[in-house]
Design a protein around this ligand. Structure first.
Ligand code: N01
Length: 536
């Protein structure tokens, strides 16, 4: 780092990432009069919605909820066109926000932060980029996203494959034309399930390689009813406040049932599940109050979806392969548009790679289950090194050269999902140990940005040069996050919430469960003078 050029004066803050988190964080700090510089590896704003441009990509949280609430003018002026926004519209919204608040001028695009080192004497971070710059800043804020580091499995022979390959999380800007092509899709998580129906329509032939089937319910996307949008906008503050009290910070308007699935007769259960299936989206899990409570109660909902798959998919063997045998909702439930129906198409095959993995790639395709598959293009819908990947791909060194990679080698350790002991003045937005991926991301981001901005103001007002999580407080927090997950069915599945999708990644449940509890706890910390933070 010493050999490189130290550029400019010492800044108040560096923000890494120009997604929804980095944009709002930068806006807040600039408003406070701080000097801020942002870095973004893409060539424009948008974060996850910049990178995930695969066909069929859309949000599974409804449009009127998946947006910033910090500006009344912004939320009044923006018009969403569909119940669930498609990726291009969300990216257009991100661009609108960048224009409206003049945010781009604070960012260097096509620039990745590669390393950051805390210099104890000066209490500053030295931040290094892949363009060779070194920037000094008092605060380092990682708005690097929870699902931004693509997971590319290390398939033998991949380098020999002659066709083009695409990862759903790094889709070409110019799009991909699959017309006339034999395409393979590997992975059946949200990205695979959303893209498969669209790729199937375009391609000559589609082969889906499935390691684990996933629960999916119909999204029932539709044009957004202008009257509904107007009625929400007429009282947006209350709509947002109600959402804030929900466990996942959205869906206050969901018709949530309060009765037990165990008290219903088989006929009543059927009628209820059918009604919620028709509503579309995550609301399905609200058909009864206790679907997430136990394996016994969960099985009723899981059986209903399995029955639906059997009714939709005409080939019983294929239907059987598509039926998950796990708990519903412990991997992220997917909201689809015609996913299971796609397997009734003559040009679509499903290959089960659960018991024998994809063996190798060849120049013409790949080999799996003892068969060769000739493929003109391959799509990796293989997900992300979630929550920790983007942070740990940067060489971050705190006090005494402590490396974040070493510190987190057995799993992430944070205080409030915002900070980690040994790394003063470094904040993570929606980091492990915060509600993040188990809440409406935009709401979680806004809450974190505002919290971090206030913490910085407090530290400056109190002439604190090093604001750092205490190890004891962090240890207690990690325990709380674990205990909360152990009381649920989440640990039952091999999900990316647990790091189970990346070979060798420590199996630790990373998100904090329960947005309102989280907000109450972190607000109490602030009210007690940032209890659990050492301020030197
Ligand atoms: O990734 P995933 P994703 N051989 O990890 C398979 C959000 N999101 O990009 O389950 C064969 O869920 C893997 O198999 P298995 C959302 O939070 C939101 O789809 O590990 N297969 C799995 O099937 C979501 O949960 C939206 O056995 C391999 C798939 O690849 C999160 O992003 C849209 C394999 C990966 O699924 C991640 O979703 C899209 C291998 N070696 C994403 N390695 C919306 O808002 C992995 N797989 C709607």
């Amino acid at each position: 780092m010493q050999d490189q050029k130290l550029s400019g004066r010492r800044l108040d803050a560096v923000v890494v990432g120009a997604g929804f988190g980095g944009m709002y964080m930068t806006h807040l700090l600039v408003q406070k009069g701080l000097s801020v510089r942002g870095f973004e590896r893409g060539d424009d704003v948008g974060g996850t919605w910049y990178w995930n441009r695969y066909p069929g990509c859309r949000c599974d949280v409804e449009s009127m909820e998946y947006s910033y609430k910090f500006s009344e003018e912004l939320q009044q002026e923006w018009e969403w066109s569909e119940r669930y926004s498609p990726q291009p519209e969300i990216l257009a919204y991100a661009n609108h926000v960048a224009d409206r608040f003049d945010l781009r001028r604070h960012f260097s695009f096509q620039t990745s932060v590669t390393a950051a080192r805390y210099c104890e004497g000066d209490a500053v971070w030295e931040v290094e980029t892949d363009t060779g710059e070194v920037i000094e800043a008092r605060y380092l804020i990682m708005a690097t996203g929870c699902l931004s580091a693509a997971n590319m499995p290390d398939f033998p022979g991949l380098e020999t494959y002659g066709g083009p390959t695409y990862h759903t999380g790094a889709w070409p800007k110019e799009g991909v034309d699959f017309a006339g092509k034999r395409v393979g899709v590997i992975g059946t998580g949200s990205s695979g399930i959303q893209s498969i129906p669209f790729i199937a329509e375009q391609a000559d032939h589609l082969t889906v390689f499935q390691r684990t089937p996933n629960f999916s319910v119909p999204a029932r996307n539709m044009p957004l009813d202008p009257e509904l949008a107007a009625s929400i906008k007429a009282n947006y503050a209350q709509f947002r406040a109600d959402a804030y009290q929900q466990p996942a910070a959205f869906g206050a308007h969901f018709p949530r049932s309060e009765d037990s699935v165990l008290d219903a007769t088989p006929e009543e259960r059927e009628v209820r599940f059918e009604k919620y299936w028709e509503l579309g989206g995550f609301v399905f899990l609200s058909a009864f109050e206790d679907i997430g409570a136990s394996l016994e109660t969960n099985k009723f909902a899981a059986d209903f979806v399995r029955k639906k798959i059997g009714e939709i998919v005409t080939d019983p063997k294929v239907a059987d392969l598509l039926c998950p045998d796990t708990v519903i909702g412990c991997k992220r439930l997917v909201a689809d548009s015609g996913y299971f129906e796609t397997y009734n198409r003559a040009n679509v095959d499903l290959v089960d790679v659960s018991s024998s993995p994809i063996e190798r790639f060849t120049p013409d395709g790949l080999e799996a289950c003892g068969r060769s598959f000739d493929l003109d293009a391959v799509v990796f819908a293989t997900g992300f090194d979630a929550m920790t990947g983007a942070l740990l791909r940067i060489d971050i060194q705190g006090r005494n050269g402590l490396s974040l990679r070493d510190k987190w080698s057995a799993g992430p350790r944070t205080y409030l999902g915002l900070a980690s002991a040994g790394f003063p003045n470094l904040f993570m937005m929606t980091g492990p140990g915060s509600p993040s991926v188990l809440a409406n991301m935009v709401t979680g981001i806004e809450q974190h940005a505002e919290y971090i901005a206030q913490a910085i103001s407090w530290a400056d007002d109190h002439k604190v040069s090093a604001f750092e999580a205490e190890l004891d407080a962090e240890n207690r927090w990690v325990e709380i996050v674990n205990l909360r997950s152990e009381e649920t069915l989440y640990p039952q599945c091999n999900s990316w919430y647990l790091g189970a999708n990346v070979p060798g990644k420590p199996r630790v449940f990373m998100p904090f469960l329960g947005f309102p509890d989280y907000v109450a706890m972190v607000d109490e910390v602030a009210a007690k003078g940032y209890e659990g933070f050492r301020s030197g």
